[in-house]
Structures are given as structure tokens and as C-alpha cells.
Write a protein that binds this ligand. Sequence first.
Ligand code: HEC
Length: 122
Amino acid sequence: MKKVFLFTGVIALVFSAGALLTSFSSQDLNNSIPEDVMKIFTNSCSKCHSAGGSGIAMTHVNFTKWGTYSTEKQAKKAADISAVLKVNGMPPKSFVAKNPGAVLTDAQKDLIYKWSASFNVK
Ligand code: HEC
């Protein structure tokens, strides 16, 4: 009987350690995107560009995995994002039609351009 208790005890320990680690790593996600910028992405882009979103969209930009991108990759993605926003290419028109609140204001775009320019990588 003692062995069974020990066994379940070990299992419980492994699970809680695992849960702790998972919660830490999900906190780390997006750590590199400043809060004010991330707020915009969450409001206008995350529906498609983060876990549970659109498969094709996530191959381009996946905010859930942002923290796993190298700095070079982040810089490149940030530049892609700026380029797309400059031509009002995102969010897609069909999405904006149903979600007018997802349209970025000029001030929001400026914030993203500045963030993108702050990457010092070529
Ligand atoms: C309704 C879903 C949806 C939303 C919301 C959305 N996207 Fe996209 N995005 C897509 C899809 C789908 C693609 C892939 C298009 C393709 O490959 O033709 C894409 C592609 C992109 C690309 C790569 C395009 C390229 O030519 O490099 C960038 C960058 C991007 N999105 C940024 C954003 C940003 C920033 C936002 C928020 C302001 C946003 N997206 C909101 C669906 C979405």
C-alpha cells in the first residue's frame, strides 16, 4: 500500500511541476513585444495570428510563438507587419467589415512602425 501512495505522490509532483513550468513559459510568451504594441495585435490580429487562429496566417506571423523567434526573425516579421500595415493590407477587408473595431488608427500604426524600427538587426 505504501508503494502505491509513494507512486501517486511522485506522479502528482511531476504533474504540478509540469503545470508550473507551463504557466511560466506561457507568461514568457510575447515578452519581447511591449504591452502597448501587443494590445493592438491582440485586438486586431490575434484572432488569426495566434494559437487557434488561421493556419495560413500563423505560418506568416504567430504571436503565440513570438517569444521563440530569434531576434533576427522578430525584426524581419516586425518589418513585414509594418509593410503590410502601410498598405492597409491587414486585417483583411472581409474581417474588418465584420469587426470595424479591428481597424488600426494612425496612432496605432505609428506605434508599430516605431517598434519595428527599434530592432537593431539587419
Ligand atoms: C481574419 C484573419 C486575419 C486577421 C484578423 C489578420 N490577418 Fe494577417 N494574415 C491572414 C492570412 C490568412 C494571411 C496569409 C495570406 C496569404 O498567405 O495570402 C495573413 C498574412 C499576414 C502577413 C504576411 C503577409 C505578407 O505579405 O508578408 C502579415 C505580416 C500579417 N498577416 C500581419 C497581420 C497584422 C499585423 C494583423 C493585425 C493588424 C493581421 N495580420 C490580422 C489573416 C489575418
